[in-house]
Design a protein around this ligand. Structure first.
Ligand code: SF4
Length: 375
């Protein structure tokens, strides 16, 4: 048994069941992204999607049977998960994991399935909820211009069917930066999409990309992103720091000198400027992407604003050699937060790496190499 699944989902959907509704990205032109490069966008036939849902329901029953056979009464624990995987393969493992986490969350793949007709998405969601009654929360990615094209009534229909959250790659609120990276959306699309999503009662999560403007546009990237956030007031704002990938048009700009990447400190300064420019929003800030230097930069505005600025200032206030130690430790996966530097064995392990680095150029290469291991 198998179902079609796409390559990615948001970090916060790690425990969600993945149901592929469309394949790849209908835009596929952003200069920093190569997730779907050379892959053609297509809409999956509805009957194929419904068949996948039926398959998931059958597999879920088989997984529960493993649990009954073990005297666990249908409860799926880690023993059931590993037996499902070893006896049947990946799909059983994925669905057993999903049931282990409660079987509540579903993420509809791929990059912009909201391009489907609203009635088709409603049909898929209703079928999903009928076939898998434990499902409580359904989410998807959507591009801002696609959301802006839907009416509030259509979005409300989706919410009533069960669409709980839209994950949206905002990247920047600056039209200059959005144009430079060929995002194919404008600040106005973002604002309109946010207002409609909120009016429909759907939760909205925006992903922004610190560093995307390069040194050339860092200030306007921060200030105009803050300005759009102030107007859109998304429920969640997630940092996903830029890493320039090889074989992308942005990498070509970098090698030609048209794009100058920010260093670690400049990115943190940019995040500070953005956070201090937010006003009147009730957004929850999350830094759960592995590429973010300050993973602990989290909180809900307005109450946690000073706490978050304090986290940034704590990093910026470190001595230069402490900053390098933290950067190396974070990128090597030894630190998750600054307090991890207080652990003597971890700190001295990272210090041994730091002392071997002889120049700023060597440090940059080492940090790039470490970051690339996550891509
Ligand atoms: S819209 Fe998203 S998936 Fe599509 S090219 Fe841009 S960043 Fe990549």
């Amino acid at each position: 048994m198998q179902i079609d699944q796409g390559p990615i989902r948001p970090p916060s959907e790690a425990s969600s069941l993945l149901i592929r509704v469309t394949r790849n990205c209908p835009w596929n032109k952003c200069t920093f992204c190569k997730t779907y490069k050379r892959k053609q966008f297509s809409r999956r036939p509805i009957e194929d999607i419904l068949r996948d849902i039926d398959t998931v329901a059958q597999v879920a029953e088989q997984v529960k049977q493993i649990s009954w056979n073990k005297g666990l009464g249908g409860r799926v624990n880690s023993t059931v998960v590993s037996e499902a995987g070893s006896s049947y393969g990946y799909l059983h493992y994925h669905i057993a994991q999903w049931l282990h986490y409660g079987g509540k969350n579903v993420f509809l793949q791929d990059a912009n399935s909201l391009v489907l007709k609203t009635s088709d998405i409603v049909q898929i969601i209703k079928y999903l909820r009928a076939a898998l009654p434990s499902v409580e929360r359904i989410t998807m990615y959507a591009r801002a211009n696609t959301v802006a094209r839907k009416s509030v009534d259509e979005l409300r229909e989706l919410r009533e069917a069960g669409l709980a959250r839209i994950h949206m790659g905002m990247e920047s609120g600056s039209d200059v930066v959005l144009k430079m990276v060929q995002k194919g959306i404008t600040a106005q699309h973002l604002i309109e999409a946010a207002q409609k999503t909120r009016a429909a009662g759907i939760s909205l999560c925006w992903y922004i990309m610190p560093g995307l403007g390069g040194r050339e546009h860092s200030r306007e990237h921060a200030l105009e992103t803050a300005s759009v956030i102030n107007k859109g007031n998304p429920d969640y704002l997630r940092f996903r720091t830029l890493s320039v990938l090889k074989n992308t048009p942005l990498h070509d700009m970098l090698t030609s000198g048209a794009f100058t990447p920010l260093d670690e400190d400049e990115i943190v300064h940019e995040q500070r400027l953005l956070l201090e420019s937010l006003e009147g929003v009730t957004t929850t800030v999350v830094s759960d992407h592995i590429l973010n230097l300050l993973q602990e930069l989290e909180g809900t505005l307005p109450g946690d604003r000073d706490k978050m600025l304090g986290i940034i200032d704590r990093y910026l206030g470190m001595k230069p050699e402490e900053k390098v130690n933290y950067q190396l430790g974070r990128r090597a996966g030894i630190y998750a937060r600054m307090d991890d530097m207080k652990n003597p064995s971890r700190f001295s392990y990272v210090e041994r790496i730091r002392r071997k680095i002889k120049s700023a150029e060597e440090l940059k290469l080492e940090l790039d190499k470490m970051r690339n291991q996550y891509l």
